[in-house]
Design a protein around this ligand. Structure first.
Ligand code: MG
Length: 369
């Protein structure tokens, strides 16, 4: 029986990643309860593991990865030098997987495919096809179409027969963008393995925004009583109806729910605290003006989307919803398709169903800027 191949994964965590603008090694950025580098390294639990990192980052990575058998190696000045150091530290392997610590989203199926390719062909370098049309830029500024079917964007893992990649790094000196180039320069043939676009390399500040706790959702709810001799205002739109909602302000329940959702997501006090109904300034207030006030408090956030549900037995609101969306999306300063309003009855049940009041709920998603 053939013994199973000895496979070692090298995870590169030694770069500073200065383009990420974090002020510290980007592989230490938290994703959930792990750093990016540990998150990436744990994708290789089925293999022997070498982590290339600085002395300063070793303790945290070692603790998070939690493998007694993992080898920690100091990096060099360049990526190529770091890989050389890792390859020299490996004593016995058939195949070596080389992976960037800043690519935490690699899937184990793709890793397996690259290992299988390396066992058969000597190499298995992960790449993805371009979804964009591609052009080659000429020196004079003109450009020419390139068949994108022939082009791959190269990622990691890049997996090789150990003896071959070790020899390649020995005979090819200098610094290169990836291992495939070193392998090729040493005279070997690079085989591509198709990966997926999710396996991004976290590089710029935008790549880190939204990774971890950078979004906040918020929920708000409100209900007002329907009475005679009041205007019915919903989402800032005055609706022709014999009854209106009773309240200190114009009692626009969906806007009140929306404001509370925004404030809640932003970690701010609710509208009862900000605009108390004991304050005469808010008597008969236009709730849309209050919403503008709330928006002025959200300078640290971007509104991703807002969703409002109006619960009313009557009147029918379907034809007015587009007007409501136009009005409120303009106030929030977002595209219309990011703010939606739905309306429902409660099938004659409860306060709403009996026509005694109108209720509203809202949810929002904020992104921390
Ligand atoms: Mg209210």
């Amino acid at each position: 029986m053939k013994s199973s191949p000895r496979v070692t994964a090298v995870v590169l965590c030694a770069g500073m990643g200065s383009r990420a603008g974090l002020g510290y090694n980007k592989v230490l950025y938290p994703v959930g309860n792990l750093s990016v580098g540990a998150f990436a390294a744990k994708k290789f639990d089925d293999y022997s593991l070498v982590v290339v990192c600085s002395q300063a980052d070793e303790d945290i990575l070692r603790a998070e990865i939690g493998r007694d058998d993992a080898l920690f190696v100091r990096g060099g000045n360049t990526r190529s030098d770091s890989v050389r150091a890792a390859l020299n530290a490996i004593t016995d392997a058939d195949v070596v997987i080389i992976h960037d610590g800043a690519r935490p989203y690699i899937r184990s199926e793709v890793v397996k495919k690259s290992v299988e390719s390396a066992l058969v062909y000597g190499s298995g370098v992960v790449g993805v096809r371009s979804v964009n049309a591609m052009r080659r830029l000429n020196a004079d500024g003109s450009s020419v179409a390139v068949d994108r079917g022939e082009l791959f964007t190269v990622q990691t893992p890049q997996t090789f027969r150990y003896g071959e990649i070790k020899r390649a790094y020995k005979v090819v000196q200098g610094s290169f963008a990836d291992d495939a180039e070193v392998y090729e320069r040493a005279g070997f043939t690079v085989h591509l393995v198709e990966g997926d676009a999710d396996n991004v390399k976290l590089t710029t500040p935008a790549d880190f925004a939204g990774l971890n706790g950078a979004y906040r959702i918020g929920y708000g709810y409100d209900v007002h009583k329907l009475v005679e001799n009041r205007k019915l205002v919903l989402c800032g739109v005055t609706i022709d109806y014999p009854l209106g909602l009773l309240g200190h302000s114009d009692a626009d329940a969906p806007v009140h729910a929306l404001m509370d959702a925004l404030l809640s997501a932003a970690g701010l006090p609710d509208i009862g605290v900000l605009f108390p109904d004991t304050d005469e300034r808010y008597a008969g207030a236009d709730s849309v003006k209050l919403l503008e006030n709330v928006c002025s408090r959200l300078s640290g956030f971007e509104i991703v989307n807002a969703s409002i549900c109006i619960m009313a037995q009557k009147p029918k609101l379907a034809s007015i919803i587009p007007v409501m969306r136009d009005k409120l999306s303009a106030v929030l300063g977002i595209e219309r398709d990011r703010l939606n309003v739905s309306a429902t009855t409660t099938e004659g049940l409860g306060v709403v169903g009996e026509g005694k009041g109108i209720a509203s709920a809202a949810e929002v998603l904020l992104k921390i800027k």
